[in-house]
Design a binder for this molecule. Sequence first.
Ligand SMILES: *Cc1c(COP(=O)(O)O)cnc(C)c1O
Length: 409
Amino acid sequence: MVEIDRYLSARAGLLKASQVRELLKWIGKDVISLGGGVPDPASFPMGEIKLIVAEILEEKGAAALQYAPTEGIDELRGEIARFMTKRGLKAKAENVLVTSGSQEALELIARVFIDPGDLIVSENPTYLGALQAFNVYEPRMVGIPMDEEGLRVDALERELRRIESVSERVKLAYLIPTCQNPTGRTASLERRKTLLELVEVHDFLVVEDDPYSYFYLDGVEPPSLKSMDASGRVIYVSTVSKILAPGLRIGWVVAEEEIIEKLAIAKQGVTLQPPTLSMYVLLEALKRGLVDRQIPKLKEIYRVRRDTMLEALETYMPVGVKWTRPSGGMFVWIETPESVDMDELLPIALTEYKVAYVPGSSFHVDGSGRNTARLSFSYPPLNAMREGVARLAKLIAERAALRAEPVRN
Ligand SMILES: *Cc1c(COP(=O)(O)O)cnc(C)c1O
């Protein structure tokens, strides 16, 4: 057999498999998964989508199975712009690029904006999928710590000054300000304002990734950064993956027209266009108000799920383990005592304790956080979720006790 490694590009050497995608393989093998952020299938509006698909094929089947424009079909760009405007983010069709999920948007942004060595700031920890998309383009990632109010803007400012003091500059910030993945935290309005001031003063762009603000659970969500963006520096990214169905593979970018045009050219070489049938499905779902009707239902589903997980953590976790209280989204972030290495525990958790989680180090831009983990409350049935937390708690407690013991010969 030919040895393929000898032919690989240097870039292929930078490709790293996602630990989350690997974990998805364990779902259903009597392992309770608190791993991937897989939406609750009970949230899929199966009946209505079935009707929509049948009608589309009946009435405009030829168009729905045909090639379509790279930017997405015009009518859908307009509907997404209206949907965004209703949510407080004023947009026109020309400001919208439809993508194959927001993952593609991240890839296109990386292609268009990142040169090797460019400095990119992000929350630390941050979304694994973004790190995967960016790393291939060889930026230097700078992680900024968070607290309960989101990104620590004071730490960001210090870092920006330090970077400028050595005659360098940050080009881009990648942020998830609302119901962050992996921590579930939301940046306060004050923090958002300060952040946008820093963006102006220090002259960089922001990628705002927003899959979760639709089911923010603690009252009225703070406005998106994009809605507060006076100078066109924010590139907003969202998706139907968490509000309708991830299998449609539809996301979108809202940005200045100039940016949309660049991204669209990059897209021609990547996926050519978003999936046409999915675009027609989303168009109808938006026009019929299906997406709007989904949102309160999702809030109910995920509120119960979040609260169940928080209760289970409260009940089972040993002293010394801390966790976030997410304002929405799908994840709780836990921190164990320093002596417990969650990377090391994963194989034991999967094989002996039959529970999956994602080790926190994968979300850190600097490989730190080995005593952290992300637990997803989006997918398992409630009883299984409680049981999963109990199993994990038992493993952590045993490990912490073991490590706390002095070594004896
Ligand atoms: C789930 C998620 C996405 C969604 O990706 P798609 O490609 O649209 O399915 C994007 N960003 C973050 C932070 C997510 O958690």
